[in-house]
Design a binder for this molecule. Structure first.
Ligand SMILES: [Zn+2]
Length: 245
Protein backbone atom coordinates (compact mmCIF):
# COMPACT_ATOMS: atom_id res chain seq x y z
CA UNK A 1 0.00 0.00 0.00
CA UNK A 2 1.26 3.42 -0.91
CA UNK A 3 1.27 5.90 1.89
CA UNK A 4 2.47 9.47 2.02
CA UNK A 5 5.62 8.23 3.75
CA UNK A 6 6.72 6.67 0.45
CA UNK A 7 6.34 9.78 -1.62
CA UNK A 8 9.40 11.96 -1.83
CA UNK A 9 8.40 15.60 -2.01
CA UNK A 10 11.28 18.03 -2.50
CA UNK A 11 10.95 20.83 0.03
CA UNK A 12 13.31 23.26 -1.65
CA UNK A 13 15.28 23.69 -4.84
CA UNK A 14 17.71 20.81 -5.00
CA UNK A 15 21.36 21.88 -5.26
CA UNK A 16 21.88 19.35 -8.08
CA UNK A 17 19.21 20.98 -10.21
CA UNK A 18 20.66 23.02 -13.08
CA UNK A 19 20.29 26.76 -12.55
CA UNK A 20 17.24 28.25 -14.25
CA UNK A 21 18.30 30.14 -17.35
CA UNK A 22 16.76 33.34 -18.58
CA UNK A 23 15.06 32.74 -21.93
CA UNK A 24 15.25 35.21 -24.81
CA UNK A 25 12.19 35.21 -27.08
CA UNK A 26 13.41 35.03 -30.69
CA UNK A 27 9.91 35.24 -32.26
CA UNK A 28 7.74 38.19 -33.18
CA UNK A 29 4.29 38.14 -31.58
CA UNK A 30 1.59 37.51 -34.19
CA UNK A 31 -0.75 40.49 -34.41
CA UNK A 32 -2.93 40.88 -37.53
CA UNK A 33 -2.73 44.68 -37.20
CA UNK A 34 1.05 44.82 -36.73
CA UNK A 35 2.76 42.38 -39.03
CA UNK A 36 5.10 42.38 -42.02
CA UNK A 37 3.77 40.15 -44.80
CA UNK A 38 5.02 40.34 -48.37
CA UNK A 39 2.19 41.21 -50.77
CA UNK A 40 2.00 37.73 -52.35
CA UNK A 41 1.57 35.99 -48.97
CA UNK A 42 -1.79 34.88 -47.53
CA UNK A 43 -3.26 37.40 -45.08
CA UNK A 44 -3.19 36.66 -41.35
CA UNK A 45 -6.54 36.86 -39.57
CA UNK A 46 -7.56 36.07 -36.00
CA UNK A 47 -11.21 36.34 -34.84
CA UNK A 48 -13.27 35.14 -31.90
CA UNK A 49 -15.08 31.88 -32.77
CA UNK A 50 -16.79 31.62 -29.42
CA UNK A 51 -16.83 34.05 -26.50
CA UNK A 52 -17.25 33.53 -22.76
CA UNK A 53 -20.19 35.97 -22.77
CA UNK A 54 -22.14 34.00 -25.40
CA UNK A 55 -20.79 30.45 -25.21
CA UNK A 56 -19.19 30.20 -21.74
CA UNK A 57 -15.75 29.55 -23.29
CA UNK A 58 -13.45 31.44 -25.63
CA UNK A 59 -11.88 30.05 -28.81
CA UNK A 60 -10.33 31.98 -31.68
CA UNK A 61 -10.09 30.94 -35.29
CA UNK A 62 -6.88 31.84 -37.13
CA UNK A 63 -6.04 31.88 -40.81
CA UNK A 64 -2.47 32.24 -42.00
CA UNK A 65 0.10 31.00 -44.46
CA UNK A 66 2.79 28.55 -43.46
CA UNK A 67 5.40 31.35 -43.78
CA UNK A 68 3.81 33.97 -41.52
CA UNK A 69 5.79 35.63 -38.74
CA UNK A 70 8.83 33.82 -37.36
CA UNK A 71 8.88 30.48 -39.14
CA UNK A 72 10.91 27.61 -40.59
CA UNK A 73 11.27 26.87 -44.30
CA UNK A 74 11.35 23.11 -44.97
CA UNK A 75 13.16 21.73 -48.04
CA UNK A 76 9.75 21.16 -49.72
CA UNK A 77 9.30 24.97 -49.88
CA UNK A 78 11.42 24.97 -53.06
CA UNK A 79 12.41 21.36 -53.70
CA UNK A 80 9.97 18.98 -55.33
CA UNK A 81 9.99 15.84 -53.18
CA UNK A 82 12.00 17.58 -50.42
CA UNK A 83 11.21 16.93 -46.74
CA UNK A 84 8.11 18.58 -45.34
CA UNK A 85 8.16 20.23 -41.93
CA UNK A 86 6.87 17.13 -40.08
CA UNK A 87 9.61 14.94 -41.60
CA UNK A 88 12.54 16.92 -40.16
CA UNK A 89 13.96 15.39 -36.94
CA UNK A 90 13.14 17.54 -33.91
CA UNK A 91 16.75 17.69 -32.72
CA UNK A 92 17.68 19.55 -35.94
CA UNK A 93 16.23 22.69 -34.37
CA UNK A 94 17.90 22.47 -30.99
CA UNK A 95 21.55 23.13 -30.23
CA UNK A 96 24.46 25.52 -29.90
CA UNK A 97 24.20 28.71 -31.92
CA UNK A 98 26.89 30.65 -33.73
CA UNK A 99 25.57 34.21 -33.75
CA UNK A 100 27.26 36.34 -36.42
CA UNK A 101 26.75 40.05 -35.83
CA UNK A 102 26.65 42.12 -39.00
CA UNK A 103 25.77 45.58 -37.65
CA UNK A 104 26.92 47.64 -40.63
CA UNK A 105 24.85 45.96 -43.35
CA UNK A 106 22.76 48.44 -45.32
CA UNK A 107 19.49 48.06 -47.23
CA UNK A 108 19.73 45.52 -50.08
CA UNK A 109 23.44 44.89 -49.31
CA UNK A 110 24.96 41.47 -49.90
CA UNK A 111 26.23 39.37 -46.97
CA UNK A 112 29.20 37.73 -48.63
CA UNK A 113 30.75 34.38 -47.83
CA UNK A 114 34.34 35.50 -48.16
CA UNK A 115 34.24 38.78 -46.24
CA UNK A 116 31.39 38.37 -43.75
CA UNK A 117 31.00 34.66 -42.95
CA UNK A 118 34.22 32.83 -43.81
CA UNK A 119 36.05 34.34 -40.76
CA UNK A 120 33.73 32.15 -38.58
CA UNK A 121 34.46 28.93 -40.46
CA UNK A 122 36.24 27.30 -37.47
CA UNK A 123 32.99 27.50 -35.48
CA UNK A 124 30.72 26.07 -38.18
CA UNK A 125 30.18 22.37 -37.47
CA UNK A 126 27.41 19.77 -37.82
CA UNK A 127 24.76 20.57 -35.20
CA UNK A 128 25.67 24.26 -34.96
CA UNK A 129 22.80 26.62 -35.77
CA UNK A 130 24.08 29.73 -37.58
CA UNK A 131 22.18 32.94 -36.81
CA UNK A 132 22.80 36.08 -38.87
CA UNK A 133 22.10 39.25 -36.88
CA UNK A 134 21.71 42.31 -39.12
CA UNK A 135 19.52 44.37 -36.78
CA UNK A 136 16.75 44.31 -39.40
CA UNK A 137 14.08 43.16 -36.94
CA UNK A 138 13.87 46.82 -35.82
CA UNK A 139 11.94 47.46 -39.08
CA UNK A 140 9.29 44.75 -38.44
CA UNK A 141 5.90 46.27 -39.48
CA UNK A 142 7.66 49.09 -41.43
CA UNK A 143 7.41 47.27 -44.72
CA UNK A 144 9.27 49.71 -46.95
CA UNK A 145 12.41 49.27 -44.87
CA UNK A 146 11.80 45.67 -43.75
CA UNK A 147 11.60 44.20 -47.26
CA UNK A 148 14.70 46.12 -48.43
CA UNK A 149 16.77 43.86 -46.15
CA UNK A 150 20.34 42.63 -46.68
CA UNK A 151 20.57 39.27 -48.44
CA UNK A 152 22.98 36.34 -48.41
CA UNK A 153 25.22 35.29 -51.28
CA UNK A 154 24.25 31.78 -52.48
CA UNK A 155 27.90 30.65 -52.25
CA UNK A 156 27.45 30.88 -48.47
CA UNK A 157 24.69 28.27 -48.66
CA UNK A 158 27.03 25.88 -50.47
CA UNK A 159 29.95 26.47 -48.09
CA UNK A 160 27.90 26.11 -44.90
CA UNK A 161 26.35 22.86 -46.13
CA UNK A 162 29.87 21.54 -46.88
CA UNK A 163 30.78 22.26 -43.24
CA UNK A 164 27.72 20.34 -42.01
CA UNK A 165 25.55 23.31 -41.02
CA UNK A 166 21.89 22.34 -41.43
CA UNK A 167 20.08 25.35 -39.94
CA UNK A 168 20.55 29.03 -40.79
CA UNK A 169 18.38 31.69 -39.15
CA UNK A 170 18.06 35.39 -39.94
CA UNK A 171 16.39 38.49 -38.50
CA UNK A 172 15.16 39.34 -42.02
CA UNK A 173 12.18 37.93 -43.93
CA UNK A 174 14.32 36.19 -46.53
CA UNK A 175 17.97 35.14 -47.12
CA UNK A 176 17.42 36.14 -50.78
CA UNK A 177 16.34 39.57 -51.98
CA UNK A 178 12.58 39.96 -51.66
CA UNK A 179 10.76 40.59 -54.92
CA UNK A 180 13.85 40.57 -57.18
CA UNK A 181 16.59 38.20 -58.26
CA UNK A 182 14.95 34.81 -57.68
CA UNK A 183 15.68 32.51 -54.73
CA UNK A 184 19.25 31.25 -55.17
CA UNK A 185 20.12 30.88 -51.46
CA UNK A 186 16.85 29.05 -50.76
CA UNK A 187 17.38 26.68 -53.68
CA UNK A 188 20.94 25.77 -52.73
CA UNK A 189 20.44 25.48 -48.95
CA UNK A 190 17.06 23.72 -48.99
CA UNK A 191 18.28 21.63 -51.94
CA UNK A 192 21.10 20.36 -49.73
CA UNK A 193 18.63 19.28 -47.02
CA UNK A 194 19.06 22.36 -44.84
CA UNK A 195 16.33 24.45 -43.22
CA UNK A 196 16.02 28.24 -42.93
CA UNK A 197 14.47 30.23 -40.07
CA UNK A 198 13.14 33.67 -41.05
CA UNK A 199 11.86 36.77 -39.24
CA UNK A 200 13.82 36.20 -36.02
CA UNK A 201 14.11 38.99 -33.46
CA UNK A 202 16.08 39.91 -30.32
CA UNK A 203 19.37 38.50 -31.64
CA UNK A 204 21.11 41.56 -30.13
CA UNK A 205 20.31 40.11 -26.69
CA UNK A 206 22.63 37.14 -27.36
CA UNK A 207 25.65 39.41 -27.80
CA UNK A 208 27.24 38.69 -24.40
CA UNK A 209 26.26 35.03 -24.15
CA UNK A 210 29.09 32.61 -23.40
CA UNK A 211 27.42 29.58 -25.01
CA UNK A 212 24.29 30.69 -26.88
CA UNK A 213 21.90 27.77 -27.27
CA UNK A 214 18.61 27.84 -29.13
CA UNK A 215 15.43 25.91 -29.74
CA UNK A 216 13.71 26.84 -33.00
CA UNK A 217 11.27 23.91 -33.27
CA UNK A 218 8.35 24.57 -35.63
CA UNK A 219 4.81 23.27 -35.18
CA UNK A 220 4.58 19.88 -36.90
CA UNK A 221 1.97 20.29 -39.65
CA UNK A 222 1.85 17.22 -41.88
CA UNK A 223 2.96 17.77 -45.46
CA UNK A 224 3.67 21.50 -45.24
CA UNK A 225 6.60 23.52 -46.60
CA UNK A 226 6.97 25.66 -43.46
CA UNK A 227 5.49 26.34 -40.03
CA UNK A 228 5.54 28.99 -37.30
CA UNK A 229 8.12 28.88 -34.51
CA UNK A 230 8.29 30.23 -30.97
CA UNK A 231 12.06 30.40 -30.88
CA UNK A 232 13.97 30.70 -27.62
CA UNK A 233 17.62 31.20 -26.72
CA UNK A 234 19.52 30.86 -23.48
CA UNK A 235 23.11 30.98 -22.31
CA UNK A 236 24.37 27.48 -21.51
CA UNK A 237 27.77 28.82 -20.45
CA UNK A 238 28.84 28.57 -16.85
CA UNK A 239 29.00 31.95 -15.17
CA UNK A 240 31.39 32.85 -12.34
CA UNK A 241 28.57 32.79 -9.74
CA UNK A 242 27.92 29.11 -10.59
CA UNK A 243 31.54 28.03 -10.70
CA UNK A 244 31.78 26.24 -7.33
CA UNK A 245 29.66 23.09 -7.44
ZN1 LIG B 1 9.71 31.18 -45.48
Amino acid sequence: MLTFRHICIPTQANSTMPPKRELVDLSHSLDPNHISLWRTMPRFTCHPFTTIAKDTFSIHTISMGTHTGTHVDAPSHFIDGGKSIDQIPLDTFHGPALVIHLPSKQASECISWEKDLRPYVDRMHPGVIVLLHTGWSQYWTKDLEYFAHPYVEPQAAKEMLKLGVQVVGLDTPNPDQTGVGGHPFHEVFLGGGGVIVENLTNLDKLRNFIEPTVNLAPISIVGTDGAPVRGVAWDAGKRSDEAAS
